[in-house]
Design a protein around this ligand. Structure first.
Ligand SMILES: Nc1ncnc2c1ncn2[C@@H]1O[C@H](COP(=O)(O)OP(=O)(O)OP(=O)(O)O)[C@@H](O)[C@H]1O
Ligand SMILES: O=c1[nH]c(=O)c2[nH+]cn([C@@H]3O[C@H](COP(=O)(O)O)[C@@H](O)[C@H]3O)c2[nH]1
Ligand SMILES: NC(=O)CC[C@H](N)C(=O)O
Ligand SMILES: [Mg+2]
Length: 542
């Protein structure tokens, strides 16, 4: 990851922070999500993070689940210094086993594995011991929880007490008598544990005393001040914007910080949605005051895409590489124009809309042979351009970016836009991309999205579009035989775009859309609705 010496904004220096140490569970990022939803700042680091190397002190630490068994030789372990910091610790699943192992080497393989729903019995204490019940305070005595484990504690570690049980796990919840160490065998971060967020709140707010003041209005001021300090009085920044949520919010933030010393570039690659370049130009320049150059490179892109029929990856590569070339050429022109200007200096910075899930992806603990996946929003740009990166959204989840956008005065309609992929309609037009195919896909897509908005469904759907299938079907229109192509509608609901389900439209809605597309879009005689979930399908068609 090329950060080229950028000074990151470090919210953990301003906001009370719960540190989540990742042992490789699929759900670790959800712990951070849930805490953020409670307006508590949380960050994730690898489980083997040396705590002395942190320049800040967390209010509390959560140890995540993970695929290993603590007793095996290659199992990862937390820095033992954790237990000398005198801060609260909550272990979840593997995390519970790790706390127990640290205190007494008392974990072994259970006879029965336990996956899925379980009913937890909370044990309450009285008198001197009542403080150990704080984790379950306000929760029911019988709680629905979700389990995913095979190992178990053979006995309580010294000075620990049981605070919850299930029929299969006699130590489903444990707490230390005098230190603020808690362990739970179930996963509070998943939605299958309905009261899980309350439990995390009990830990973070009541036990760790973390303030719930992580809000986007506070983030905005700090981030603007940081950008100004970073870029200086004269520094200039360039950035690619697509009209999508992430790049628009990042661009607006830059605009607030340094005005027109930020240069936004939008590339019309010929496979944008209907009127998209114009809409984005108007919204960003007139609406938001962003200094934007739109480069019409549509003929160049479509020329290169001509004849590419079989391999979708080729389309992606052509579009990606040409995008870099066009952006690079435009940057040089903007730099040359800026040259003689006295109030501004050189373009030294490149803005990127990297989000926290990309960062998590690159630091999560994937196994003893750790794979670090590099991420690039705009593949290849930083290396090629020798610019320093500014990534103002790198601490934020998508819904926080949307909130930030609202705070910056970006209209709701734009903030809630569905994501649109860089390769655009090219990966929604199966087979060869020609100007005629682009026209058909655009018009059909526009009708579908217009109808979705009119039905008030847009914000319930995570992503929707029309794809063009280059097969011909027979139809009858006005008593004449027609032989035309097929439009496939796709609409999905998802939270993380990793898995997705198709949206259950009612029949009347689909009827209306189908009728309009067949009647209004020349070259289409059938409309189908894609009812494939992800997996096994992907969201895009190519
Ligand atoms: N047509 C384009 N012109 C300029 N930059 C683009 C274009 N398409 C994509 N990009 C760049 O690629 C980045 C990644 O695209 P991506 O679709 O992931 O994000 P986004 O468009 O900002 O937001 P969203 O996820 O809501 O679509 C964008 O942030 C933008 O910097
Ligand atoms: O900027 C992008 N460049 C791409 O090449 C690309 N491919 C898929 N997507 C988007 O990623 C999400 C998941 O898509 P898939 O299920 O098709 O992999 C969906 O939101 C897709 O729109 C892309 N976005
Ligand atoms: N989900 C987990 O953290 C599992 C932990 C451990 N490997 C077990 O099976 O018990
Ligand atoms: Mg996009």
């Amino acid at each position: 990851m090329a950060t080229n010496g950028e000074l990151p904004y470090e919210p953990h220096k301003t906001f009370d922070t719960i540190l989540v140490l990742d042992f490789g569970s699929q759900y670790t990022h959800l712990i951070t999500r849930r805490l953020r939803e409670l307006n508590i700042y949380s960050e994730m680091l690898r489980c083997d993070q040396k705590l002395a190397e942190l320049s800040w002190k967390p209010k509390g630490v959560i140890l995540s689940g993970g695929p290993w068994s603590v007793y095996s030789a290659d199992a990862p372990h937390v820095d033992p210094a954790l237990f000398e910091l005198n801060i609260p610790v909550l272990g979840i699943c593997y995390g519970l086993q790790e706390i127990a192992w640290h205190h007494g080497k008392n974990v072994l393989a259970g006879e029965k594995r336990e996956y899925g729903h379980a009913t937890l019995k909370v044990e309450r204490h009285s008198g001197k011991e009542a403080h150990i019940d704080r984790l379950f305070r306000g929760l029911e005595d019988d709680m629905e929880v979700w389990m995913s484990h095979g190992d178990k504690l053979s006995q309580l570690p010294p000075k620990f007490q049981t605070i919850a049980t299930t029929t299969n796990a006699p130590f489903a919840g444990i707490a230390h008598e005098s230190q603020e160490y808690y362990g739970i065998q179930f996963h509070p971060e998943v939605t299958h544990t309905p009261r899980g967020t309350q439990l995390l709140k009990n830990f973070a707010v009541d036990i760790c005393k973390a303030r719930q003041d992580w809000t986007m209005d506070k983030f905005v001021d700090k981030e603007i001040a940081r950008i100004r300090a970073l870029v200086g009085e004269k520094g200039q920044v360039i950035g690619a914007v697509s009209g999508g949520v992430d790049s628009t919010v990042a661009a607006k933030l830059m605009n607030e910080a340094i005005g027109d010393r930020f240069h936004a570039v939008m590339v019309d690659n010929g496979v944008l949605r209907l009127n998209e370049a114009k809409i984005v130009k108007d919204t960003l320049t007139k609406g938001l005051g962003i200094n934007l150059t739109v480069v019409d490179a549509s003929e160049r892109f479509l020329g290169l895409l001509k004849g590419i029929k079989d391999d979708p990856e080729k389309k992606r590569k052509i579009i990606g590489n040409t995008f870099i070339e066009v952006f690079d050429e435009t940057a040089k022109k903007i730099a040359a124009a800026a040259e003689g200007s006295s109030r501004a200096g050189k373009i030294e910075w490149l803005l990127q809309g990297t989000l926290y899930p990309d960062v998590i992806e690159s630091i999560s603990f994937k196994g003893p042979a750790v794979t670090i996946k590099s991420h690039h929003n705009v593949g290849g740009l930083p290396e090629r351009m020798d610019l320093k990166l500014i990534e103002p959204l790198r601490e934020l989840f998508k819904d926080e970016v949307r909130d930030l956008g609202r705070n910056l005065g970006i209209p709701e309609e734009l903030v809630m836009r569905h994501p649109f992929p860089g390769p655009g309609l090219a990966i929604r037009i199966l087979g060869e991309v020609t100007p005629e195919q682009v026209r058909i896909a655009r018009e059909a897509d526009d009708i579908f999205i217009t109808e979705i908005r009119a039905a008030g469904l847009y914000n319930q759907i995570s992503q929707a579009f029309a794809a063009l299938l280059p097969v011909k079907a027979v139809g009858v229109m006005g008593d004449k035989r027609v032989h035309d192509q097929v439009i496939a509608l796709r609409a999905v609901e998802t939270t993380d775009f990793m898995t997705a389900d198709w949206f259950p439209f009612d029949g009347q809605f689909l009827k209306r859309v189908s009728r309009r597309i067949v009647n209004e879009v020349q070259g289409v005689c059938r409309v189908v609705y894609d009812i494939t979930s992800k997996p096994p399908g992907t969201i895009e068609m190519e």
